[in-house]
Structure formats: structure tokens, C-alpha cells
Design a protein around this ligand. Structure first.
Ligand code: TXA
Ligand code: MG
Length: 308
């Protein structure tokens, strides 16, 4: 892996794109300080140019050089959760250019914990702009094979399946503390740790594509159903559907994936399961809705978006 990491860092330095594993999902990386490299990144993803990307670093020290104001809460969060599945939005420093911030006055910063991501970021020794390694609007990739399936990338580092399975928690610290995207690190955990109220984004919050209604979506239309409606829908639609559920497979449906009743295990498998069901060529994907408890917030957020 060492020589591959060295090669990947060279590709980045030369302005190329490298897909790499993180503990959340795979990222598609480019040198965050090169306008040409980032332009190539947007083109590969099919992503609109005004959507900001997250810049990744090996350490908090590097990350904070891209910010001009570091509130005490940000330092505390960095100490507690970095490296890890947390992204912080901070007021940008001159090092964070318009082409990574989408022209906004803030920048998204993250220090991933995956050992391969860490090795790459240390070897590259700079900021790596990395959106999730999928085409814009599609579900994220959690294996190297997912990346190769849908993107044309010069080099892919394979670090095995992603452990968390859904994208990082995004917290905006440009004015107070606001949760822009739920993830493995929950609002409750952050509130308890910081002893502050975490706001929900409002109309003054920065734009974030994860906030678009239909995002993280399979191509097959998906329908999110309360558990008691699943059976009737299956009876009505028969084998035209694929099903993602907690309950045991129903013999009327060929493409049925049974999911863990525990949110971390569920999140870990979610995108691979959606990709598999999406590939089954059915008319609709029926998704049995998880419970309405706070531990399911992040998974529910992605399911709701998948169902448009
Ligand atoms: O787990 C993750 O965060 C993965 C891995 C690869 O690190 N990355 C990821 O990137 O999910 P992406 O680009 O697919 O989603 C990043 C989200 C987008 O919704 C983007 O708009 C938002 O972060 N974002 C980035 N910078 C921002 C900023 N300055 N203000 C508000 N939102 C921002
Ligand atoms: Mg994404």
C-alpha cells in the first residue's frame, strides 16, 4: 500500500484525480489549491460549480490554516472528534479559494480517520478537495468497486468497505453551532459534549447540496413506507418491486434485502444495498421505514432523500 499511496500523492500533485477510502464513504480527491485540478473534479462528478466541496487534511493543524476564525467550539470538536466522521464549516482564510468554497465565505474542513486516507493526506501534505466518489445526486460509494463502476478516475486506492457507510456529520460554526447534515456523530452527542444547543439550518445557512431534496438517490424510484403498509404494497405490486426491509424476505419478491435493526450496522450497508436493488431492474424500491427515534436520524435523512 505504501507505494500506491506515494503514487496517489504524485497523481494529486500533477493535478490528477484519486479516489480514496475514508471511514464514511469513498472520496474523489483533487489538490484543493489547484483551480485546474478542482475543475477536473467537478467535471468528473457532473457537479454544478457553485457547490462547495469539503477539504481534507491529515491533522487539525493543517485544516485550521484554511480558516480565519476558529471558535472555541471548533477547537473542542476537533480535539474530540478528529480524526473522524465530522466536517466543520468555518469562515475561510485566503488559502481556501473560491473554487472549493463555491464562492461562499466559508469552507468545509474534515480530518478523516481511515488509515489509507491518513497516509495519503500525510504524504500529499496539503488540502485535498474531496466530494463523495459518485456522480452528482447518486448514492455515495462505499467500496472501490462502486467507484470504478461509475467514475472515470486515474487512480483508485482500495481500503476495503467503508466502516460508517454514510457521509460525515456537517456542523456549521460560522455563527453559533448548526447541524447541516446528520451523520454517525449525532446532534445529541455534540450538544452533550459542547453543552450548547445545536441549531437546525435556516434560510441564512450556507448552501449545501446534501440539503437538496432529491440527493443520495438511486435511479429506480424509491418509496419509504411505514412497516404496517409494506405487506399490502407487496401484495399489490408483486415482483415489480425490490424491497429493503427489517422483516424476513417475502416469497413473492425476488429482490429483497434484509437490514440490521441497529442504526450503525444499517448505515454501513445502506448504499451497497441501494445499489444492488437499483441494479435489479425493478419498477420501484420499497423501503421499510426505521423507527422515529433520534438514533435513526442520519439513516432516515438519507432514506428520505433516496425516496425524493
Ligand atoms: O463523509 C464525507 O463528508 C465525504 C467523504 C469523502 O469525506 N464527503 C462528502 O462530500 O460527502 P460531498 O461533497 O458529497 O458532500 C459535502 C457536503 C455538500 O453537501 C456540500 O455542499 C457541503 O458539504 N459543504 C461543503 N462546504 C460547505 C460550506 N462551506 N458550507 C456549507 N456546506 C458545505
Ligand atoms: Mg455527495
Amino acid at each position: 500500500m505504501n507505494s500506491e499511496v506515494r503514487h496517489a500523492a504524485q497523481v494529486l500533485r500533477a493535478g490528477g484525480l484519486v479516489a480514496f477510502p475514508t471511514e464514511t464513504v469513498y472520496g474523489l480527491g483533487a489538490n484543493a489549491s489547484s483551480a485546474e485540478a478542482v475543475a477536473r473534479l467537478y467535471a468528473a462528478k457532473g457537479r454544478p460549480a457553485d457547490h462547495p466541496v469539503i477539504v481534507h487534511f491529515a491533522s487539525a493543524q493543517g485544516a485550521f490554516e484554511f480558516a480565519r476564525e476558529i471558535p472555541a467550539e471548533a477547537r473542542k470538536l476537533a480535539e474530540r472528534f478528529w480524526p473522524g466522521p465530522l466536517t466543520m464549516v468555518l469562515k475561510r482564510s485566503p488559502k481556501a479559494k473560491d473554487f472549493v468554497t463555491g464562492g461562499q465565505d466559508s469552507v468545509g474542513l474534515r480530518v478523516p480517520s481511515h488509515p489509507v486516507a491518513q497516509a495519503l493526506l500525510r504524504e500529499f501534505d496539503g488540502g485535498v478537495a474531496a466530494p463523495s466518489a459518485n456522480r452528482f445526486g447518486n448514492v455515495s460509494a462505499t467500496t472501490a468497486a462502486h467507484v470504478v463502476e461509475e467514475l472515470d478516475v486515474e487512480f483508485v486506492l482500495d481500503g476495503g468497505p467503508s466502516e460508517v457507510g454514510i457521509e460525515s456529520t456537517i456542523v456549521d460554526l460560522t455563527s453559533g453551532v448548526a447541524l447541516l447534515r446528520p451523520g454517525r456523530i449525532s446532534r445529541e452527542e455534540i450538544e452533550k459534549f459542547l453543552q450548547v444547543k445545536v441549531k437546525s439550518p435556516d434560510s441564512s445557512s450556507p448552501r449545501h447540496s446534501g440539503g437538496l431534496e432529491r440527493h443520495y438517490a438511486p435511479k429506480t424510484p424509491a418509496l419509504l413506507l411505514p412497516p404496517h403498509e409494506l405487506d399490502a404494497e407487496v401484495a399489490k405490486r408483486g415482483d415489480t418491486v425490490a424491497v429493503l426491509a427489517f422483516s424476513k424476505p417475502d416469497e413473492r419478491v425476488d429482490n429483497w434485502i434484509r437490514m440490521p435493526r441497529e442504526p450503525h450496522g444499517y448505515a454501513q450497508r445502506l448504499y451497497a444495498a441501494l445499489r444492488e436493488l437499483d441494479g435489479a431492474g425493478c419498477e420501484t424500491i420499497l423501503i421499510e421505514s426505521p423507527p422515529d427515534t433520534t438514533e435513526w436520524t442520519a439513516v432516515k435523512d438519507r432514506l428520505t432523500r433516496a425516496a425524493g
